[in-house]
Each structure stands twice: as structure tokens, then as C-alpha cells.
Design a protein. Structure first.
Length: 363
């Protein structure tokens, strides 16, 4: 089966590890994959033919004006349409610009391939994605893949027929050894940090518990000495106020305010003694899988289906957790024995890919 896999975010770092894992699963399941993306790590272990689109590079470049980024996103689909002529299946991940995506889906439909969406987040994650175009785009897919029963229920509530929804497990990422603290600090341009270190990594946006974490951890009996916030600011909001400590606070705040390279991202996880994923909405988290791949314990909320991703060393909190509960959870994770895995367990990703292919063969 010939698959065209479209991933604007890239196949390296962060969510890119998700795509690396899933494409490897399709490869092991026997599919022939053409990948169109904005960035690629040549060490990825799959045989897909990779097409790095200059249009997608432009679309993902946040330093460019919005009109240029939008033009790049539209332009990228013309190359995808050429590849879709040879594809049996088109797999997409996220709907970045639903109005444009809907136009592209209609064009793909005329060419004949089956359309599959991997809906890591079944609901729009940006205000710009909300509206009727989003629901119409969702309903255009022949199959929508989600991770967990709550995600299934919510994507059905968006108008997708239940028989078109497939629930797949969320697998771990390729095992990665951590950097030593000195090398990690140098990679991020940080001085030596007081330990222990708790870290919030990825897009820094409202709803990730940044302010609540800072307020809970800047007390004298805090189990950590440093809060590291590492990643690009997402949306327009007052991140500085969220991280502003009170006078005389014993907590050190360390900031990395940019979209990180692979090395920088690895360094951020390496410096963390415990990773915080304190979301107030969502279904699953690439941060959790990335933390596990490097041997770090996670404090996470039970939002959506995220509790299903918890490892043995992790601690799950209710969404209405108190400051004391958070401190206790961090302390438990610090005391837990964790080791970086040495092998990549690909079983869940292979099951995901085989389930998709089996469903498509039946239809």
C-alpha cells in the first residue's frame, strides 16, 4: 500500500518524535511511505522517501509574516497533490489551517486516495482553527485515529461518524540517553542550575500550569530548587508574569524562550529531575512520551486520556490539584527510581499502523 504522509511540523524533536514513531510503524507494517514535511532528522530509522518542502519550511517559520506563512502552507499542498496521484492513502496529522485543509481534502478526494487523520487533539487547539471549517474538514476523512475513549467521544461530538473512528494506543519514543548536566547546560546557554530541577518543556502557553507550578514550588519547603521553562511561547500572553517570583523566593527560574533544536530539547529533558505536564485540557502528551524515552519521571494531570500514558514512576494528579498535592507529587517522583530505556519498544506504533491498514482493507 502506498501512503502519502503529510506532516508540516517536521520529523525531529517534540511532536516530530511522534511522526518518526508512527512512520516507522507503517514501514514495519509493510507500507510504502512518501513523507512531506518541513524538517527531517536523517538518523530516523525508517525507509520512507522524505520530501522536505520549502513551502512548509516557510509556513512553520514563526519569524515570517502571517501572510507569507499562509502562502507557504497553501503552496505546500500543490506538491502534495502531485504525490497523491500515486497514493492509495493520504495520512494527515493535525488540521493547521482548516479552510485550506478542506480545499486540499476535496482535491485529494477527486484523485481517489483514502483519507486518514491522526487526531492527536480531537478539538481545535488554536482560536484560528475553530469554526465550521474545522468540523467539515473532520467529516471529510474516511478514518480518524485517536488515542483513548475520551478522545473518541469528543471527535464523534465534532460530527465524525462513530464507525469512522479508530482508537489506537499511544506508544513511547525512541530511547535516548541523557546528556550530562554540564553539556546540557552549555547546549541551552544556561549557568549551572540549583538542583533538583522541575521542568515544563514544549510550547509555553496558557493551560500548561506554569503559573500554578511556580506558585506551588516557590515556598521554603519546596522539593525543588529550580523551575525550568523551555520552549517557544505559544499565542500572545503574559509569560513573564506567570514566571515572576515573589521577593525573597527560594526558587530559581530558568528560561529558554525559543523553538529548540534537537540537541537543545534533549538538553532540557536531561536537566530535568522531574517533568511537569500540568495541562488543564488535552488528551495525550508528546512531552510524557519524550520524558519516558530519556528516563525522566512525570507529574501529570488526569485530563482527557493522559493518565493512560503514566509510567510506573509517574504521579497523576486531579485537574483541581492543590499546591500541596503538587509538591507531594514532585517529591514522590524525585524519590522514584527511574532509568533511561536502552531499547525502543515499537509495539504500540506497529499495532497503530496495522490497525489502520486493516481497517482500510476492510473498507
Amino acid at each position: 500500500m502506498k501512503i502519502l504522509y503529510i506532516e508540516p511540523l517536521g520529523v525531529r524533536g517534540g511532536m516530530g518524535r511522534y511522526n518518526e514513531a508512527l512512520i516507522a510503524g507503517y514501514d514495519e507494517a509493510g507500507a510504502d511511505v512518501d513523507l512531506v514535511t518541513s524538517s527531517h532528522d536523517p538518523t530516523c530509522e525508517f525507509r520512507a522517501k522524505v520530501h522536505v518542502s520549502r513551502f512548509l519550511c516557510l509556513a512553520m517559520d514563526r519569524s515570517k509574516p502571517r501572510i507569507l506563512r499562509a502562502a507557504g502552507y497553501v503552496g505546500s499542498y500543490f506538491g502534495c497533490l502531485m504525490l497523491a496521484r500515486r497514493a492509495d492513502v493520504v495520512v494527515m496529522h493535525f488540521l493547521h489551517r482548516p479552510a485550506v485543509d478542506r480545499w486540499a481534502l476535496r482535491a485529494f478526494r477527486r484523485l481517489g486516495p483514502t483519507l486518514v487523520l491522526v487526531a492527536h487533539e480531537p478539538k481545535p487547539i488554536l482560536d484560528s482553527q475553530r469554526g465550521g471549517a474545522y468540523q467539515k474538514s473532520l467529516r471529510a476523512f474516511d478514518l480518524v485515529v485517536v488515542h483513548g475513549p475520551r478522545a473518541r467521544d469528543d471527535v464523534v461530538a465534532q460530527g465524525v461518524p462513530e464507525e469512522r473512528v479508530l482508537v489506537a494506543p499511544f506508544g513511547e519514543y525512541r530511547a535516548t540517553p541523557p546528556l550530562d548536566p554540564a553539556a546540557a547546560s552549555q547546549a541551552l546557554g544556561l549557568a549551572d542550575l540549583p538542583r533538583p530541577v522541575s521542568a515544563i518543556i514544549g510550547n509555553l502557553r496558557p493551560g500548561k500550569g506554569i503559573r500554578r507550578a511556580r506558585e506551588a514550588l516557590e515556598v521554603p519547603d519546596s522539593p525543588v530548587r529550580t523551575l525550568l521553562a523551555a520552549g517557544a511561547r505559544h499565542d500572545i500572553w503574559d509569560l513573564e508574569a506567570a514566571l515572576q517570583t515573589s521577593e525573597g523566593s527560594p526558587l530559581t527560574i530558568a528560561r529558554v524562550d525559543r523553538r529548540m533544536s534537537d540537541l537543545e530539547e534533549r538538553a532540557a529533558y536531561s536537566l530535568a529531575d522531574v517533568v511537569l505536564t500540568l495541562y488543564d485540557s488535552g488528551y495525550s502528551s508528546a512531552v510524557i512520551a519524550r520524558a519516558h524515552s530519556i528516563g525522566k519521571a512525570v507529574v501529570l494531570t488526569d485530563i482527557g486520556d493522559m493518565a493512560k500514558q503514566a509510567g510506573l514512576s509517574d504521579t497523576v494528579l486531579p485537574s483541581d490539584y492543590t499546591a500541596g498535592q503538587l509538591r507531594s507529587a514532585v517529591d514522590r517522583c524525585l524519590r522514584a527510581v527511574t532509568e533511561a530505556p536502552t531499547e525502543w519498544d515499537r509495539g504500540a506504533w506497529l499495532f497503530h499502523a496495522e490497525s489502520v491498514l486493516a481497517r482500510l482493507h476492510r473498507t
